[in-house]
Design a protein around this ligand. Sequence first.
Ligand code: PDD
Length: 248
Amino acid sequence: GDGVYEVVLILNGKLIDLDGHIRRLERSLNEIEIQLSFNLKIFEPIINRLMKMNFLKNGIVYIQVTRGVASRDHKYPKSVNASIVMTIKHINISQKLQKNGQKAITVEDQRWKRRDIKTIQLLPNCIAKEKANKEGAYEAIMIMGDGTVSEGSSSNVWLVKKNQLITREANFNILNGITRKAILKIAKVKNLNIEERKFDIKEMLDSDEVFITSATSIVTGITEIDGKKINNGKIGSISKKLRDYYFS
Ligand code: PDD
């Protein structure tokens, strides 16, 4: 688990929000004191080359940086070079766009207290996602000890209530999604009211619309949570609009 990662969306041959992902990678690396001896700007030409070599126009790039090769110890080893792995994968984005609303379940958030770091230490997220998968759901929405929603196992969660957008404020409790930031920016331009604050399960289940955002889910409407239909089981109009704006 001693490493961090990023997932960047590739749309029509373009890297979406690469700068934001690289800045977050830099931040995650700083938080766990992994130093790279080069400027992270070098990632862009390497990713472009990977895309060319694989004839890839739509999909994702995965970037992983781990501390490096050293004998086993809890303390950080001195003078090791970090290990970097990058892979790219094709995804049919147009298929994603046609997607209907998705089901979600709620699960206990079993993670540590620094969820703002995009660590590869993802076992609680994997356990949550697998539970969702076994129950025929797309995402597991994680609930903290105080009953509030933190985020999805690999996404940020949003509510729409009376035309107001609500998403949890970004601090140590959630990963500050790059897609989350993009949607906040779009919502501001479109003059939507935004509240960045906590919300609990009840408020989520009673809201007009629920959607999740991430580099891979983009904007995905959640139309059923724990068996309860949201917006009569249909993707809401604001979720749909935000998704369309994101692509335009
Ligand atoms: N996950 N919260 C968590 C816990 C995540 O793992 C992710 C993304 C997000 C959304 O972040 P972004 O909008 O920057 O993708 C929020 C990626 C997609 C993954 O692990 O595959």
